[in-house]
Design a binder for this molecule. Structure first.
Ligand code: FAD
Ligand code: SF4
Ligand code: SF4
Ligand code: SF4
Length: 370
């Protein structure tokens, strides 16, 4: 029966692990810890009973199931490049406190507060920060939710807090806010029937082109003469934007490409296709969020928030930007996957380029992430 060693060999050591934190939360005796930003069970843990719970919790090892999971959640209808959905709107918060700290339209934070106040949820897994280093946190009060507003760039094992949220904090109606990979992972845990996952009642996904290793970002920001702890906001659009002391410094994306982890290079999900609601800035004007409402649960909570007049909304005529980026991400990821496979077979860049019908320069881009 596969055990921790198999998880390590097949997901962690191969670089496929997205550091979602599910295996950490799944181990009933908390043997797996985050070590150098990777889930590891110490070599000499004699108490590990060699069960298969951590192995079973890893969605990356059962990626073939994702389509089935999507079909069971969203129905068997036509799926688009941005996934199945009911409607897309633009929205922004009316809460002046949220406006000050949120990333874009403040819809994630406003929605969490509404869901908490109306009893839909009793807490959420969110991402706080230490400096700008992202930290997985449990939030069950207004203050904790507002403190988590704003995007942090860096790999974060969001789901590692699920056990503490359920067992220590006694939460039973949890919202998971996360990148598309976090949302895929929690959907998988629910599909597998991990008891802890039944406490998750709502999922809010963030659009995501790619992520960056935090320590690498610190170096890039430092190289521009800035101390990351003095930065007010970080933001990625067509450039990597750093806001500090009332000034904005924009780095071409190519300058931070070497910080992108391997698992992001082959990730195909831009618009959090398995979330109840997916939210991002792409497709909307500055200060607004694009909101993709996918499920009945998502519709119910979004409509409730609108009815309470907590947000302003407007129709989006055509979400062409979101579709284009989603489609480009899928194409690029597929090509990168093929490039990695051919490289593993020992082919050089010229041979790979000939097989895939692309330039050698493009092969380098795929292999090196630039
Ligand atoms: C790594 C990353 C890449 C992104 N890339 C894109 C993109 O390419 N295009 C686009 O349109 N949008 C992208 N986004 C989403 C965007 O930055 C905003 O999060 C989104 O528009 C919601 O804005 P808001 O004002 O409603 O959120 P807020 O109200 O400010 O709330 C933000 C929420 O995000 C959560 N959060 C913060 N950092 C992380 C993290 N690292 N992982 C998981 N959850 C986190 C917090 O818990 C908080 O609840 C990205 C976000 C992240 C974290
Ligand atoms: S006890 Fe089971 S779940 Fe925990 S590390 Fe060992 S094999 Fe994995
Ligand atoms: S469950 Fe998540 S954190 Fe654990 S090995 Fe799999 S992808 Fe990595
Ligand atoms: S690109 Fe994919 S794997 Fe990387 S953080 Fe975004 S959703 Fe996760």
């Amino acid at each position: 029966m596969p055990s921790y060693e198999d998880l390590e060999a097949r997901a962690i050591d191969t670089g496929e692990c997205t550091v979602c934190g599910a295996c950490i939360t799944a181990c009933p005796d908390s043997h797996i810890k985050l070590t150098e930003n990777t889930p590891r069970r110490p070599k000499r843990t004699v108490d590990c009973v060699g069960c298969h719970t951590c192995y079973d919790a890893c969605y990356m090892l059962r990626h073939d199931l994702i389509k089935d999971i999507e079909n069971s959640i969203m129905g068997w209808g036509r799926k688009e490049t941005i996934g199945a959905y009911r409607r897309i709107v633009a929205a922004r918060t009316k809460d002046t406190e949220i406006e000050k700290t949120c990333q874009d339209g403040g819809i994630v934070t406003t929605l969490l507060l509404y869901a908490l106040d109306s009893g839909v949820i009793d807490g959420a897994l969110v991402v706080g920060r230490d400096g700008w280093a992202p930290i997985a946190c449990i939030a069950s009060t207004r203050d904790e939710i507002i403190r988590a507003a704003g995007s942090k760039y860096g790999v974060v094992p969001m789901l590692k807090e699920l056990r503490a949220a359920v067992v220590d904090r006694g939460l039973s109606r949890i919202c998971v806010v996360g990148s598309p990979c976090h949302i895929q992972s929690i959907r998988y845990l629910k599909h597998k029937g991990l008891p802890l996952a039944s406490a998750v009642k709502l999922t809010v996904g963030l659009f995501c082109r790619e992520n960056y290793e935090y320590t690498c970002l610190v170096e890039k920001v430092g190289a521009k003469g800035l101390d990351i702890n003095r930065v007010d906001k970080l933001d990625v659009s067509n450039e990597f934007n750093i806001y500090a002391g009332g000034k904005k410094l924009s780095l071409p994306i190519v300058e931070v490409k070497s910080c992108v982890p391997r698992h992001c290079l082959v990730c195909q999900d831009f618009a959090a296709e398995l979330a109840d609601i997916a939210i991002g800035s792409t497709g909307s004007a500055e200060g607004w969020s694009t909101v993709i409402i996918r499920t009945q649960e998502g519709e119910k909570v979004f409509a409730g928030m609108v009815k309470k007049r907590l947000v302003e909304t407007k129709e989006i005529e055509d979400s062409v930007d979101v579709r284009e980026i989603a489609s480009r991400k899928k194409e690029k990821a597929k090509q990168t996957e093929e490039t990695f496979t051919l490289r593993k077979r020992g082919l050089d860049k010229k041979e790979i380029a000939a097989i895939l019908g692309i330039t050698e320069e493009r092969v380098s881009h795929r292999l090196d992430g630039v």
